[in-house]
Design a protein around this ligand. Structure first.
Ligand SMILES: *[C@@H]1O[C@H](CO)[C@@H](O)[C@H](O)[C@H]1NC(C)=O
Ligand SMILES: *[C@@H]1O[C@H](CO)[C@@H](O)[C@H](O)[C@H]1NC(C)=O
Ligand SMILES: *[C@@H]1O[C@H](CO)[C@@H](O)[C@H](O)[C@H]1NC(C)=O
Ligand SMILES: *[C@@H]1O[C@H](CO)[C@@H](O)[C@H](O)[C@H]1NC(C)=O
Length: 631
């Protein structure tokens, strides 16, 4: 997904270097046809033909596999943990042999370049951990959108797939989707999500991820309709269209063929033919501008926001009430109060890609405001929150639960250790430039006994060999990620302070990474009960996904070495590519099983089914959450 950000921000300089190479007579250059297609009228087939026309390049494939092998072997903290068989409910994910999988792909000869990279993408998704990605920029150059968004409400105690939104405006909303491409709709969506999302180890969350949901758009205070990944694809879909068999009003069934709407992500003129497609969009950019991981708006919000604008125009940014919820304040987060239950307030936290120094004081201001309006109970709505800053994850629970012990909001954490990583940490200790700090900077990490930053190298002392599933590797001693607790104004308190029975968390399981870490503090350190919505009827659902790690991509790994004047352990990937793995292994409380694989930590205390009303109206969902949590 991160590669889309790069695409959206692709400089115009790139367009300038795209120069037309002469077409060979009689040779249809599919990418040149694609380049000539009008932006609003690009077809699935035009994109597929261009993608598939790129020749498989054995030398490049070898270089790619070599880099991935070193990267996974040295940095991927779940390399061996991923072999864990028989995960317990609510997790359902098969074991993956990371090194064997790469080897298998490396030995295969492919018909074309696209198939090779597609196999690597599917391999990354097989970990069911959204931190593990493989997304070449050029094969994410187009987004594909279906005219129908789907959901799976429970009506009269029975769950069915239905049309949540019909962009053709032909009255198909809430028609039942009986079959998709001739197969049972629920089964085919689940099977697709199991193979093509890689988002969560819980099949119910993968189901939610494939289906429509709501997402708060902080810039405009609007709740966006998220199509769900079954209807909104970052990668080339498997088929040219989707055939639906619909049952409207319970009686007759009708057929509907959904063509993909193709939305280009790269600016117009980025390429003119196959050669320039490869050199401008596929190959690793030669500019050595280091990519400072800035706080960026979520990719999904950016794309959906611009889709919304193209249909409705730019909305104003004023505060907007929902029918049953007054919006009191909002910037990156939002504070609502239910009108029908004025004692219930809602804090919406749609992302953790936010700056703690300004956001925590804002949130404390919102909480004071709600308390002054008579709010006594708080729902923290973190649906669709894919994570962000770990510091924010540690600070948010401190707004609700006062503690002088910093370790309450920190996870015991381990990294993999190699000689190269030891050298990185050593160089960080000696380098005074804060811009040279890396994941392995001992001064950003704290000793678990005293919660004070390291002055010595924890990647040299206390290193342990740990075996997972019969395979052993070197890991660092346990460390904490340091954070600045002084950002919280501890003089402020609210009617719900330190009272878990007045606080609940709402998610649809799509609360990832730092969002999962913060939920773990609320729930397992303080006894807050979470409500999870959606998934499958009568089946436990996770409150979070991929909570157990921080993410590292190949480019920032290489840059970590380069900025310290050290030699990276591998060559950069030939392609501009978003390739990442989990780099830290965190443990909840005193567990010995890493949080990422500890199924007992995942289920929400309460589960709600969607129905047509709460799926379309976030205020009605909040009222249902309040009834479930505080009955
Ligand atoms: C649900 O049950 C009610 C009452 O029995 C009935 O009127 C309604 O048509 C049913 N709805 C559906 C979608 O089956
Ligand atoms: C890359 O960095 C070097 C040294 O920092 C500089 O001299 C060179 O111009 C840069 N190249 C590009 C393409 O920016
Ligand atoms: C809103 O957030 C932005 C950045 O996230 C910050 O710069 C700005 O000061 C905030 N505005 C208010 C009124 O808090
Ligand atoms: C974890 O272990 C420490 C040290 O033995 C103990 O003080 C603490 O209470 C334990 N925490 C939990 C949540 O069990």
């Amino acid at each position: 997904m991160p590669s889309l950000v790069k695409l959206l921000l692709l400089s115009t300089a790139l367009a300038a270097v795209a120069n037309a190479a002469p077409n060979m007579v009689g040779y249809p250059d599919h990418c040149s046809l694609l380049a000539k297609a009008k932006p609003g009228r690009i077809t699935y087939q035009e994109v597929a033909n261009c993608y598939r026309s790129i020749d498989f390049n054995l030398k490049q494939a070898k270089a790619t596999i070599e880099t991935l092998t070193t990267f996974y072997n040295d940095a991927f903290v779940f390399r061996d943990v991923a072999l864990t068989p028989n995960l317990k409910s609510p997790l359902t994910a098969s074991p993956v042999d990371a090194m064997e999988g790469l080897k298998r792909i490396g030995q295969k000869r492919y018909r074309n370049d696209f198939d090779f990279h597609q196999d690597l993408s599917l391999f990354a998704m097989s970990f069911n951990d959204a931190h593990v990605t493989y997304a070449p920029q050029c094969y994410s150059s187009y987004i594909f959108l279906q005219p129908l968004y789907l959901y799976a409400p429970v009506i009269n105690d029975s769950q069915s797939v239905r049309v949540r939104h019909d962009a053709t405006k032909s009255g198909l909303e809430d028609c039942e989707v009986v079959r998709i491409n001739g197969q049972n709709a629920r089964d085919i969506i689940q099977r697709w999500a199991d193979k093509h999302t890689g988002f969560s180890k819980d099949a119910g969350v993968r189901f939610n991820h494939a289906l429509a949901s709501k997402l708060y758009w902080p810039d405009t205070k609007i709740w966006l309709d998220v199509p769900g990944m079954f209807s909104f694809r970052y990668r080339l879909p498997e088929t040219q269209f989707i055939d639906y068999e619909l049952k409207c009003d319970g009686q007759y069934s009708r057929k509907f063929r959904g063509q993909w709407k193709v939305i280009p992500m790269a600016p117009e003129g980025s390429f003119s033919d196959k050669t320039s497609f490869v050199s401008n969009l596929c190959m690793h950019s030669t500019s050595n501008e280091t990519t400072e991981p800035a706080v960026e708006p979520g990719v999904l919000t950016t794309v959906l926001g611009s889709l919304y604008e193209s249909e409705h125009g730019r909305p104003d940014t004023s505060l907007k009430d929902l029918p049953d919820a007054k919006l009191w304040a909002s910037n990156n987060t939002a504070a609502y109060q239910l009108k029908s239950m004025p004692h219930v307030g809602v804090l919406v936290v749609p992302t953790m890609e936010i700056v703690s120094q300004t956001e925590i004081p804002s949130i404390q201001g919102y909480m004071t405001l709600l308390a002054n309006q008579g709010v006594t109970h708080i729902i923290i709505d973190m649906s669709g929150n894919f994570g962000g800053e770990e510091e924010f994850a540690s600070l948010l629970p401190g707004v609700f639960f006062k503690s002088h012990d910093k370790s309450i909001h920190a996870h015991r954490t381990r990294f993999r250790v190699t000689p190269a990583i030891q050298a990185l940490a050593e160089a960080n200790l000696r380098d005074l430039n804060p811009k040279h700090s890396t994941y392995w900077d001992p001064r950003e990490l704290a000793d678990t006994a005293t919660f004070t930053p390291f002055k010595t190298n924890p990647f040299i002392t206390g290193v342990e060999d740990l075996a997972f599933n019969g395979r052993s590797a070197a890991f660092s001693q346990e460390v904490f990620n340091d954070y600045d607790q002084e950002i919280i104004d501890s003089t402020l308190s609210y009617p719900w302070s330190n009272d878990a029975s007045k606080i609940t968390i709402l998610t649809d399981g799509q609360c990832g990474s730092a969002c999962g870490m913060t939920s773990d503090y609320f729930v397992h350190r303080h006894g807050v009960k979470a409500v999870a919505v959606g998934g499958h009827h009568n089946t436990p659902l996770s409150m979070f996904s991929f909570p157990g790690a921080s993410v590292l991509d190949t480019d920032s790994y290489v840059e970590s070495f380069e900025k310290l004047g050290l030699k990276p352990t591998f060559q950069r990937l030939p392609y501009e590519n978003s390739v990442s793995v989990g780099v830290t292994m965190v443990y909840s409380d005193n567990d010995t099983v890493p949080l990422e694989y500890n199924s007992a930590r995942f289920p929400a205390a309460f589960r709600l089914d969607y129905n047509p009303a709460i799926a379309r109206n976030q205020d009605q969902l909040w009222a249902a959450v309040a009834r479930a949590a505080w009955k």
